[in-house]
Design a protein around this ligand. Structure first.
Ligand SMILES: CC/C=C\C=C\CC(=O)SCCNC(=O)CCNC(=O)[C@H](O)C(C)(C)COP(=O)(O)OP(=O)(O)OC[C@H]1O[C@@H](n2cnc3c(N)ncnc32)[C@H](O)[C@@H]1OP(=O)(O)O
Length: 280
């Protein structure tokens, strides 16, 4: 792929200017999330948000897995160890934990904050933080071999970087979520599909990545103004009443309905031609 940028734990490529591909890139560790990965996810998504060409993002893992979640060794040193050394005082330690958790939460929120749709392509393990991260994406696709688990209970903590907030809303099956959270039971692609976590699964990782790209190309052919409007509206409506959602879209669309994209899309539809939209 053209234009590859390799950071410490993340790779950013462009399959075409409209499609950014973000890869978690610590394959020897199943892409365990170290401090660098958390920071780079925020930076990379901020960067993507500033690019006028990009209309869709694919988020995937290099190697055998999407991600095995929090890098336990790295966290012992850079999170838990750092807080321990910070002060003897509980209050001061708590304030530092608060700051660190905000950084980690912001990192997991970055696909949701991205103005363009983000497709998570999940293969192999998707553990703990992997569910936080993928739940913040717009669409989740998986390979048949994908193995998911809300793992935090096994490292003695209650999930705190998004699983409890987004995952239940994504799947809308409270009892299933609670069972998974309390037990850390591993579940596969079929169960993920049955419960609405993913929209499709594919035979293997290669087909998964091909299909994610095919879907990304289809989305990238649409009006970027409409895509931004959709994502904004869907995210807002998820967290508000229907009445508030309708009010919000009325306000947003007083502006977006004046976009040239409306006419370009409508004319192309009528003339059966491919619409050409300008960058944002
Ligand atoms: C403040 C809190 C903030 C955030 C909280 C986030 C919550 C979480 O994400 S909780 C989940 C934490 N993750 C785990 O518990 C997963 C631990 N790993 C495993 O269970 C296994 O590695 C596996 C993912 C099931 C894969 O098993 P296998 O196929 O047998 O590979 P391994 O030989 O175990 O792994 C290869 C290599 O990678 C290292 N590794 C994998 N995952 C992690 C990880 N999460 N943290 C640290 N290291 C990891 C593993 O130790 C191996 O290392 P070697 O040096 O090659 O031995």
């Amino acid at each position: 792929m053209e234009n590859t940028h390799t950071f410490e734990a993340i790779q950013l490529e462009f399959s075409q200017p409209e499609i950014a591909v973000v890869s978690l890139n610590r394959p020897k560790k199943h892409n365990a999330m170290n401090w660098a990965m958390f920071e780079e996810l925020t930076t990379v998504f901020d960067h993507i948000n500033s690019l006028r060409d990009v209309r869709v993002v694919i988020l995937k893992g290099n190697g055998k897995s999407f991600t095995s979640g929090l890098d336990i060794m790295d966290a012992n040193e850079k999170i838990f160890g750092k807080v321990d050394e910070h002060s003897e005082d509980v209050g001061r330690k708590a304030i530092l934990y608060h700051k660190i958790l905000k950084i980690l939460q912001d990192s997991m929120t970055s696909p949701e904050k991205c103005r363009m749709p983000v497709i998570a392509a999940i293969h192999g393990y998707c553990v703990g933080g992997g569910l936080d991260l993928s739940s913040a994406c717009d669409i989740r696709l998986a390979s048949k071999c994908a193995k998911f688990t809300i793992k935090e209970v096994d490292i003695g903590l209650a999930a705190d970087i998004g699983s409890l907030q987004r995952f239940p809303k994504v799947v809308g099956n409270d009892a299933w979520c609670r069972e998974l959270a309390y037990t850390s039971r591993i579940f596969g692609a079929e169960e993920a599909l049955e419960n609405g976590l993913i929209s499709h699964y594919y035979e293997d990782k290669e087909i998964l990545f091909d299909e994610a790209l095919r879907l990304a190309k289809l989305i990238a052919s649409k009006s970027p103004v409409a895509l931004v409007g959709y994502k904004e509206g869907l995210n807002f409506s998820r967290d508000h009443t229907i009445e508030d959602g309708l009010k919000h879209v009325r306000t947003v669309n007083t502006a977006l309905l004046q976009s040239e994209d409306n006419m370009i899309a409508a004319m192309a539809l009528l003339s059966k031609e491919v619409p050409k939209f300008s960058k944002l």
